[in-house]
Design a protein around this ligand. Structure first.
Ligand code: GTB
Length: 231
């Protein structure tokens, strides 16, 4: 046994966890790949970690797929645990470090509901729009399709903005729901969609101003810069 699995505030590892990430991030170091939320949660926990950078070829190879069924990043490895899906990894970090989740059972369920909302209700139209932009820009129908995809994002943002109102965070204290929601809203940066709601733009900016977020962002950027310099 090389580490304690007791989920208490002294939870620690002899071997820091390893996070598998892209060798060359396709997002230009903007912190949009799915390892970003995990890095952020690890920084909130004060948990050191190492990164394993892999090529696209390795991503789709049998060794990686034996740990990650879909051949994706991030993969989180901690002692004997191989964990995939960024939301599940963030939840694991929150539970084991007793951070980012309220003690009260109902409040905890609400925060977890926000994690699901980020990864389903909010994410679906945002990812659809982003995929169209990334992969279908040259198609003849792209210009005609985009307004519809923007409208689907707007539909969700209107409701979310109305709900958030002037709250600082979703459920009182900053939590795992905020990590996941802000991580996906950041995909809209640079479009007018987020800026249409001053409270949403401010909410994302509050998340990005957290020291843990900044450390996570710098860490992924450092790898990207290294990769783009061919190091
Ligand atoms: N539901 C999974 C999770 O949350 O962990 C989704 C994981 C996922 O989509 N991983 C992507 C991946 O491995 C990388 S982050 N893709 C390879 C594959 O599926 O074959 C997604 C991503 C890629 C690029 C940008 N970008 O360029 O802006 C942003 C996000």
């Amino acid at each position: 046994v090389i580490a304690s699995y007791q989920p208490d505030e002294h939870y620690s590892f002899i071997m820091p966890p390893t996070l598998t990430v892209f060798e060359r991030a396709p997002d230009g170091g903007r912190g949009l790949t799915r390892d970003m939320a995990v890095r952020w949660a690890l920084e909130e926990a004060g948990q050191s970690y190492s990164t394993h950078q892999i090529s696209f070829q390795y991503l789709k190879g049998p060794q990686h797929k034996s740990a990650h069924p879909f051949g994706q990043i991030p993969l989180y490895q901690e002692n004997k645990l191989n964990l995939f899906e960024s939301g599940a990894i963030v939840l694991h970090i929150a539970e084991t470090h007793k951070i980012l989740l309220p003690d009260d059972a109902n409040a905890r369920s609400r925060v977890i509901a926000w994690m699901f909302a980020a990864l389903s209700t909010l994410e679906a139209p945002i990812v659809e729009r982003s995929n169209a932009y990334r992969f279908e820009r040259e198609e003849s129908w792209y210009e005609a399709r985009m307004p519809r995809l923007n409208e689907r994002v707007r539909y969700r943002l209107r409701d979310f903005s109305a709900y958030l109102g002037e709250k600082e965070w979703l459920e009182g204290e900053f939590g795992a729901g905020d990590v996941m929601v802000i991580a996906i809203l950041r995909w809209l940066k640079g479009s007018e969609l987020l800026e249409e709601h001053a409270n949403l733009a401010a909410y994302v900016a509050r998340g990005e101003a957290r020291p843990a977020y900044k450390r996570a962002f710098e860490a992924q950027l450092a790898l990207f810069t290294k990769a783009s310099q061919g190091a």
